[in-house]
Write a protein that binds this ligand. Structure first.
Ligand code: MN
Length: 178
């Protein structure tokens, strides 16, 4: 154990899947205890620490979904899924206590999202609404720099249109190169 209550935190997976469902959003996924904790970001991540982004917590996803890219043909979430960022995350405090308390501080080691970030649950009676905020560090930047600069898959280089136009993904999906 390393003080965060998690073994081998350097290997915890971090993913973002850009998802053109009924509404376009970005699904932030953080591996913990054998599942992918998930939040849906309507506008994607902001690199500006002054601009928090609404992150609605959604159901945990199976680890097998971590590298999925392709088209969900029907049912909930039907639409095109792009693997937008991949890497690992490291909680800075006990992540289970943080989840319960509504505050997670962590470092992202993705290809696109990096450095310190905070997720904080809003004080509201509604479903779990959190705010994702970039912390001020050398990885901070302009508000929409990430989403403007990166419009293709981190795994395959494809656009959303190219993914949507491809053959339906197999049940195992596509996996990132290297
Ligand atoms: Mn989604």
């Amino acid at each position: 154990m390393d003080g965060t209550g998690t073994d081998a935190t350097e290997t915890l997976r971090f993913r973002v899947q850009k998802h053109a469902a009924r509404r376009l959003h970005y699904d932030l996924r953080l591996e913990l205890d054998g599942v992918l904790l998930s939040w849906a970001l309507t506008r994607g991540p902001s690199l500006d620490p002054a601009r928090s982004r609404l992150a609605v917590r959604t159901c945990d996803h199976a680890l097998g979904y971590a590298d999925f890219e392709g088209t969900i043909a029907a049912g909930f979430g039907a639409g095109t899924v792009m693997l937008w960022d991949i890497g690992t995350w490291a909680p800075e405090e006990n992540p289970r206590a943080g989840l319960a308390a509504g505050r997670l501080r962590f470092t992202l080691r993705g290809r696109r999202m990096r450095g310190g970030w905070t997720l904080a649950r809003m004080r509201t009676e509604q479903r779990e609404r959190w705010l994702l905020r970039k912390r001020a560090d050398e990885e901070a930047g302009a508000e929409d720099a990430l989403t403007d600069a990166h419009r293709t898959s981190i795994a395959t280089g494809r656009t959303m249109e190219e993914i949507a136009g491809a053959e339906p993904a197999s049940s195992t999906g596509r996996f990132p190169r290297n």
